[in-house]
Write a protein that binds this ligand. Sequence first.
Ligand code: ATP
Ligand code: MG
Ligand code: FE
Length: 335
Amino acid sequence: TYILAIESSCDETAASIVKNAKEIVSNVVATQIDVHKDFGGVIPEVASRIHVENISMVIEETLHKANMKVEDVDAIAVTQGPGLVGSLHVGVQAAKTLAWAYNKPLVPVHHIAGHIYANQLITELKFPLLALVVSGGHTELVYMKDEWSFEILGTTQDDAIGEAGDKVGRVLGLPYPGGVYVDKIAKDGKPIYSLAKPKTENELDFSFSGLKSSVLQFIDRCKRKNETFRPEDLAASYQETAFETLLSRAKIAIEKYNPKQMVLAGGVAANSCLRSKITDGLAKEYSDVEFIIPPLSCCTDNAAMIAVAGTIAYQHGVRADYSLTADPGIDLEES
Ligand code: ATP
Ligand code: MG
Ligand code: FE
């Protein structure tokens, strides 16, 4: 099965062709990071305009690199949501146009299902599975009893972890996206500062706004008292607190649900500190669970992950007609 997928939920215009839900034939991502850098964040109107400018080229390049024609693929998959509505629309319209023009099945995909299924590019997924989703807009523990079945066990009560990391980067004066640079400088730091530890009512939920404020207050206090601090140490302290909370929830879920596999998913899965906390820590502590981390190139937004999830959805009979519209509030559990 060959699936052509399109992803445009945020600030990456992406297309990909994947064979049999595991082999990347081609994968093209046009990122807008350099444009949004100047604003310190994604400007939705600007993002959707650039998607319009790039989408045809990205799809053409994907086909060209695969040495394939649209006629050769079995279906067109597309991210229906969540994301920025104007951005999502561009991908959905492009997918509908291709599906109509070439008479191909149209398969809508939930963006987070894509992030989770990115792991299938590494190895076959085994169920029951636990997914720790850590991205710009989501922080969730998802339980998959079986293939293509999603149950959200816990979620963030406020900020997503990626969003919090980006904010911490910004107040440290680092470039956009902040989380990437916090990761970089934290390598030269030590987690010597104590920051507010997130608390939640439900033991599987998350919260990051208190921790984020705690970083802001720390910086303010230093300025007020004319004290200096090492940004590297503050970055390391932030990451230590954020990831320890994250993994404490993951451990509770592992013990409760006894999964065969635990997968990491979403942009923050690219974080080097989190990756090593899982491979050197969690994986040793729970040796009967198989821990999987997506390839670095498939952590942040891309269409290969949408193609993989799209293939599974296609095999499960998921279809849309030409009335398909972008849905920023789409529910993963109803996928
Ligand atoms: P969502 O997937 O929830 O809809 P999104 O698509 O905007 O949100 P992703 O593209 O999955 O988010 O991930 C982007 C996030 O990942 C950003 O917040 C970015 O800072 C973060 N990120 C990327 N690389 C790293 C890294 N090495 N360390 C920490 N955070 C990172
Ligand atoms: Mg992005
Ligand atoms: Fe994403």
